[in-house]
Design a protein around this ligand. Sequence first.
Ligand code: FES
Ligand SMILES: [Fe+2]
Length: 433
Amino acid sequence: MKQSPKPPKQYPKPPEGTWTEHYPELGTAPVSYESSISPEFYQLEREAIFKRAWLNVGRVEQLRRKGSFFTKNLAVASTSLIVVRGADDKVRAFHNVCRHRGNKLVWTDHPAEEISGSCRQFACKYHGWKYDLDGRCSYILQEDEFFGIDKADYGLVPVHCEVWQGFIFVNFAKQPKQTLTEFLGPMITAIDYPFEKLTERYYYRGDIRSNWKVFLDAFQEFYHPPILHGHQNPVMRQSEYQQQGFYTMHFQIDGPHRVGSTSGGAGGFLVPEFYNPIERLMRSGLFGPWDPSEIVTDKLAPGLNPGNKKHWGLDSFQIFPNFAIVFWETGWYLTYHYWPTAHNRLIFEANAYFAPPKNVRERLAQQLGIATIKEYALQDCGTLEATQMGLESRVVSTFPLGDQELMCRHLNKMVNDWVDDYQRSRERSRAEV
Ligand code: FES
Ligand SMILES: [Fe+2]
């Protein structure tokens, strides 16, 4: 029987100092989480961040042909969107509001539910006004009674919409300060991954009683897994990890975005004898399927493993404000979205994308991977609702963050910076009036 894997003796460190000290603007002082418990701050975040940043709302595979659409409810922006592929193949986004008397235009069973489908035009359920796929108003019932109305003035209200590597982003600003490419910056746009080949999608979501950043933080540090998830994971369960901790191999920050890379199966975790019988049978578990998918070649996709680490296992890219893509060494990826619905509540969405399974064994390996990861997320959910309760007591006002929590520190600062910037520009424009 093989020995159980041991934590590395030499922990990865930057060439000098600590990871955090490489970004002096972050400081090392304890931080305040007032921004996660204040209803007023949440209202500022909605304006300063969610109505100004590019937000990912889906992928182009959800819009397979001309006329395919889906709706997306975004409480944080008090709106619902229609995202649609037009007759010209262009992907567009519109507010889901009829221009006649404001009825929500696209829905079926219940107006609060999101739907998807395909159509040639959108027709309002109330008085039958119709809109083309490019948003133009094409039909008004009894048009001649509307006092010389011009349909050209009554198209759906568009939302800025751009696509990067198949990911559809929207921006609610009247005029976004940056294009999507400028906003994503060099670290994210360096990623050139065969997303279009991974079409097998698994989705789950949760309605959670914590602030969106409190929740997100647990998905951007690897400090907690040996403790919080220690009883579930056979590697993390080891006393060495529980005493010495788990270390991220590489951190990198670029503008408001960040990445953390860790080892994975290739880093010595995959000692099959050490896993549960079901994991050995299915050859799958926390790191997803153990056997590499076809997309894995000798050459790693550009942009991945930015620290160029030898035993690379995964990259967790955090795209500001609320979107993450996690790439795994065996050739699949996960996305996470954290959609606030109140200062202490969010909708958490997870999608996992794999190459279509070629047989039952591959399908079961994918399903076990997802079931395992979902189990971890459930452990996080319970804990983070407890964290929210602790923060809301306001017994303590600042909290120390370690070097492994660099990404949490960075998000905290970015949110505060964006809100400060928004408040400054609001004051400037007030002064000008
Ligand atoms: S509100 Fe849509 S047609 Fe009247
Ligand atoms: Fe976790």
